[in-house]
Write a protein that binds this ligand. Structure first.
Ligand code: KIV
Length: 274
């Protein structure tokens, strides 16, 4: 069994360090966070990258898709996370409608995120369609992470959450978009829910890190949504999801015990009052 290579230093993770990690074969760990308390725990646990994902729309706000979340709401989450994080690289998603189709709006959205949250960089979904926005954001010195494959902001175009790029034409576009994002200057790309072989091929071709979610083990790192991997959400069970805890059960039992203790006047007891 090979021993995982790991940078033991506790210094701040930068976009440059992620590229170094890829070079020396160290896999990159990435997880979402949306609030101060969880971001603090996740950072202290040694996460390389924290994504303030627009999945906040689902797991924090209860929306069915990521589309409704606004730039102001993403900035609120970004600010909360940034107050907690000391080591991880923090990426904030630009939400749907904040960068597509209008590069002027894209740059102003990205600048607002950087100025108001103090995050390290932003993430955007799409390839050639958003080329102009990516170039403009990069030209302001803002590092950009790309996101290809099953891009949730395009769910209404896809019409399904099924695996993307199984067909030749879509696979070819994915490869070309990944090459394009690297050429434009993105420092990393997330690839979501595509065949493992295709993702591995892209990761081996690109010099920048390719971080997968449902994209197999041949990529340079993995990302999951925190609520899914901690077992808080229960109605989302794709094949790629490994649950590392069952917090739904832990939280439910703790809350039930508290309710019972209040009802039977067991809480607070003598030592818990003044
Ligand atoms: O918003 C998010 O959580 C994401 C991940 C699924 C990569 O973009």
């Amino acid at each position: 069994m090979s021993v995982a290579k790991r940078d033991s230093e506790n210094r701040k993770v930068t976009t440059h360090r992620l590229i170094e990690m890829k070079r020396r074969g160290e896999k990159i760990s990435m997880l979402t966070a949306y609030d101060y308390s969880m971001a603090k725990l996740i950072d202290q646990a040694g996460m390389d990258v924290i994504l303030v994902g627009d999945s906040a729309s689902n797991v924090m706000a209860g929306n069915v898709t990521t589309l409704p979340i606004t730039l102001d709401q993403m900035i609120y989450h970004g600010k909360s996370v940034m107050k907690a994080v000391k080591r991880a690289l923090v990426v904030v998603d630009l939400p749907f409608g904040a960068y597509q189709g209008n590069s002027k709006e894209a740059i102003s959205s990205a600048i607002r995120v950087m100025k108001e949250t103090h995050a390290d960089c932003i993430k955007v979904e799409g390839g050639s369609e958003i080329q102009e926005s990516v170039v403009r954001i990069l030209s302001a010195g803002i590092p950009v992470m790309g996101h290809l494959g099953l891009t949730p902001q395009s769910i209404n175009k896809f019409g399904t959450y099924t695996v993307r790029a199984r067909e030749e034409a879509e696979a070819e576009k994915l490869v070309n978009d990944a090459r394009l994002l690297e050429e434009l200057g993105c420092f990393a790309i997330v690839i979501e829910k595509v065949p493992a072989k295709l993702a591995a091929r892209i990761a081996s071709e690109l010099k920048i890190p390719v971080i997968g979610i449902g994209a197999g083990n041949g990529v340079d790192g993995q990302v999951l949504v925190m609520h899914d991997m901690l077992g808080i959400t229960e109605d989302f069970s794709p094949r790629f999801l490994r649950r590392y805890a069952n917090l739904k059960e832990v939280i439910t039992k703790a809350v039930q015990r508290y309710v019972e203790d209040v009802k039977r006047q067991d809480f607070p007891n003598e030592s818990e009052q003044y």
